[in-house]
Design a protein around this ligand. Structure first.
Ligand code: ZN
Length: 221
């Protein structure tokens, strides 16, 4: 499985292009939000001769979702997101204008509700859906079991965790998701978060202050 990261929009969001030997690809958290960013993404896809089949989202926050319309218009991809985050999809352009200047188009409707399936498929590859609510109600992580790689969105970052104070967020739910659904997957797993650099579950178990204080029982959640 091949993974290439782009950093898009003023919130420095990580967008991942993921493909296998079939050259079918998915775009995880398409945050491309300007003509220049659309062009950069499309040029890469053309260069690598990839065939985009799906835009998949770990959650519905605007900085992760604004590129979906471009991908749908250009490639006819299906759009996969939890319906529990649909309230974020419909307000994404408003939210963008509160944080950033410029105008963006509205986000298309969901084609595939991630709440109704356990894995997504493209080419010869399967990604398992791990439900991790807390940053948003419909948040998920996407695990490739064979290569032990996982996309964690804004649930788990390198040495940090996602915010739980935004509408729909909940700290207790977020910590339960991380400690019960992610940490037990094993130290060897490489994580690709929605912002900043990659890490491993092993590193986070030892050095992520939010995880460590929870594991040590220093906080109630
Ligand atoms: Zn987010």
């Amino acid at each position: 499985m091949n993974i290439v990261k782009f950093v898009f929009n003023p919130l420095q969001e990580n967008t991942f292009v993921v493909w296998d030997e079939s050259l079918e690809c998915i775009i995880i958290d398409a945050g491309n939000a300007s003509a220049e960013e659309h062009d950069r993404l499309a040029a890469f896809i053309a260069e690598q001769k990839l065939k985009p089949v799906m835009a998949v989202n770990t959650h519905g926050h605007f900085d992760h979702i604004l590129g979906v319309k471009f991908l749908k218009d250009k490639y006819g991809v299906k759009f996969a997101l939890s319906a529990k985050d649909d309230y974020l999809r419909t307000t994404a352009t408003e939210s963008f204008s509160m944080f950033c200047s410029g105008k963006v188009e509205s986000v298309p409707e969901i084609d595939i509700d991630l709440e109704t399936i356990d894995s997504i498929h493209f080419g010869n590859t399967e990604l398992k859906i791990i439900r991790t609510p807390g940053h948003t109600p419909g948040g998920v992580c996407l695990l490739h079991q064979q290569s032990q790689q996982m996309f964690t969105g804004d649930t788990l970052f390198r040495e940090s965790i996602g915010r739980s104070d935004l509408p729909g967020g909940d700290y207790s739910t977020l910590m339960h998701s991380i400690l019960e659904n992610l940490i037990p997957l094993g130290d060897e797993i490489t994580i690709y978060p929605g912002h900043s650099e990659k890490s491993t579950i092993g590193h986070e178990s030892l050095y992520n202050p939010f995880v460590v204080e929870a594991i040590n029982g220093e906080i109630r959640f």
